[in-house]
Design a protein around this ligand. Structure first.
Ligand code: PBG
Length: 326
């Protein structure tokens, strides 16, 4: 054995950080926030310790809490006061996200990203307009092309309210192109789109669906979200969004899909985002609560791995805790 090469030489304190390849930085993190039109008090989200739904009157305070930690960007999710078949509160001028975004952009310097989807707004909980017989034949669920127009209207209403970036998450084919056209038509040429480009049909979204009250009432999302079995298909999905004008490419979830983060990083020059989803957050909290692992260390290591895999930015419920420690 040749012992002239000893990698351990560079692992001592003092030199470790000089040679470290990856660093986490508060500037690379986006904190999701939940604004809820059905409450006038903050409501803790049971399955996501430390996360809350806040009434619109607390939206600015909530964002200020984020900014104090050094995180500069938020992703806004809304829980509307009422739901209907088409999700019409998603594009309402006086909708919950629109109202929150107007206040946040007027009163803070946060960079405001909005999630564009219909599942929190439809009474059936799917991410678009349904086939008329969908409840009986759950293999045919969302009508793709009829949904595009609604997503486009929603995106424009968010930009009109002051959103800095639009993040469509419904996995509707053609959504990025439809939203880009609509934004440009409404004078929002400079508002970028962060596409949930490779979004998988994942069991790790469970806690979010409690948080945002967006679980499908029947069936599931496997007809529009990606099959976890597929990696090559992610490249095709992402390429379509790039052709349609996506500015930032997101992979979601993150931890179980780091191979996808890496291949998107290698295949495209665009910035890559990883969404460290609710289930990834909840499972670390649950294990830590039992005393089975150290929460801060495990969270830090997880996010570091996402950057190492190639993510430029990370959307994460750990944003504030992590930033405070950095
Ligand atoms: C759809 C949306 C979802 C998430 C973000 N946007 C839910 C879904 O697709 O079922 C999940 C985020 C998370 O789990 O943290 N509006």
């Amino acid at each position: 054995m040749n012992l002239t090469d000893r990698p351990r030489r560079l692992r001592r304190d003092g030199v470790r950080s000089l040679v470290s390849e990856t660093k986490l930085d508060a500037h690379d993190l986006v904190a999701p926030i939940f604004v809820d039109a059905t409450t006038d008090e903050r409501v803790a989200i049971g399955s996501m310790p430390g996360q809350e739904r806040v009434p619109v009157d607390d939206a600015v305070d909530r964002v200020e809490e984020v900014l104090e930690t050094g995180v500069e960007a938020v992703m806004v999710f809304g829980i509307p006061e009422s739901k209907d078949e088409r999700g019409s509160r998603a594009w309402a001028q006086d909708g919950i996200v629109q109202e929150a975004v107007r206040r946040i952009t007027a009163e803070t310097d946060a960079y405001v990203i909005t999630d564009v989807c219909l599942c929190e707004y439809t009474d059936h909980g799917h991410c678009g307009v349904l086939e008329s017989d969908a409840a009986e034949s759950p293999t045919l669920t969302v009508r793709n092309d009829a949904t595009l127009e609604l997503l486009a209207k929603t995106a424009v209403s968010h930009a009109d309210a002051g959103a800095d970036m639009i993040a469509p998450s419904s996995m509707t084919d053609g959504m990025v192109g439809a939203i880009r056209d609509a934004l440009d038509g409404a004078g929002h040429e400079s508002v970028p789109i962060m596409s949930y480009a490779a979004k998988y049909e994942s069991a790790f979204y469970g806690p979010f669906r409690d948080a945002a009250d967006g679980a499908p009432a029947f069936g599931d999302r496997r007809h529009y979200q990606m099959d976890p079995a597929n990696g090559r298909e992610a490249i095709r999905e992402v390429a379509l969004d790039v052709e349609q004008g996506a500015d930032v490419l997101m992979v979601k979830p993150a931890l179980a899909y780091l191979d996808v983060v890496r291949s998107v990083r290698e295949e495209f020059d665009h910035p890559v985002a990883a969404y460290n989803v609710s289930g990834e957050y909840a499972m670390l909290h649950a294990a830590a609560e039992k005393g089975w692992l150290d929460l801060d260390e495990a969270a830090h290591e997880s996010l570091l791995a996402m950057k190492r895999a190639g993510a430029d930015l990370i959307i994460t419920y750990f944003a504030e805790d992590l930033a405070r420690r950095l």
